[in-house]
Design a binder for this molecule. Structure first.
Ligand SMILES: [Zn+2]
Length: 256
């Protein structure tokens, strides 16, 4: 079964809607990920999760949203940041269009971990209220809190997302170019759902602060990409795909 909405015809969508109304929407970012990983990293991982879970569940996948809220990453060329309100409207209009045709259960997979969440929450709540649909948000950082396969926590271009990329898109990673920049150990305002120090009060850094990271490390990442491996990425990917399949199954049960 071809699960890619953009590769199907309207009549095939019509047929799908006779027996299912679920849809996965991958949302990522186009932002710098160091000298060794592509700007599209967050979108690629969201696509990989959506596609693998979609295949297993027989659920269609919408074309990915390639842009996220990335003001802090404008420090490096190629980054495209859209305003929070644009992200909200973009997701709402996507859901609204598809709701017109009968899609009613959506799972939004957020590859731009943590950072996109507030805006996706606002769009999801509005869609549920105004369009009588159900929207679940799936964030890899939150959905892998108990996954123990990594030695280091969340950062940017770190062990976790680079391992994930090494498993799913090895040709896009050049680990030779990777330099480590271990995350600071602040007692409060740490950003990692799996870390007890997380305050859930993340605010993106300023471009000036990002330049300081660049001055220290020579690149603009946080974490230790040198610890990344395809094997760790495979275990992580399988964990998340399992979780996503579970969310989709939950939705299927709630429909009937
Ligand atoms: Zn990323």
């Amino acid at each position: 079964m071809n699960i890619h909405l953009q590769e199907l015809t309207w009549s095939q969508i019509d047929e799908y809607l006779q027996h299912d109304d679920r849809l996965i929407i991958p949302v990522g970012s186009t932002e710098q990920h160091g000298r060794f990983a592509p700007l599209g990293t967050d979108t690629y991982v969201a696509m990989a999760l959506a596609e693998d879970a979609g295949e297993k569940s027989g659920v269609l996948v919408a074309p990915p949203v390639w842009t996220g809220w990335s003001p802090h990453h404008l420090v490096r060329p190629g980054t495209i940041s859209i305003r929070a309100e644009v992200l909200i409207e973009l997701l709402f209009d996507t859901i609204s269009s598809l709701a017109t045709h009968g899609f009613a259960h959506f799972v939004v997979v957020n590859g731009h971990r943590v950072v996109n969440i507030p805006w996706l929450q606002i769009a999801a709540e509005r869609a549920q209220r105004e369009l009588q649909v159900k929207v679940a948000l799936f964030d890899p950082a939150w959905m892998s809190k108990e996954f123990a396969g990594f030695s280091d926590g969340i950062g940017h271009g770190e062990e976790i997302e680079i391992s994930h990329m090494l498993h799913c898109f090895p040709d896009l990673i050049d680990l030779q170019q990777a330099g480590d920049n271990p995350a600071g150990g602040r007692e409060l305002y740490h950003v990692d759902p799996a870390d007890r120090r997380d305050t859930l009060c993340y605010v993106p850094a300023t471009v000036e602060d990002m330049k300081k990271i660049a001055d220290i490390s020579g690149d603009t990442v946080t974490g230790r990409p040198s610890l990344a491996s395809a094997e760790k990425g495979r275990a992580y990917h399988e964990h998340l795909v399992g979780r996503l399949v579970q969310v989709l199954e939950q939705m299927r049960q709630e429909r009937s």
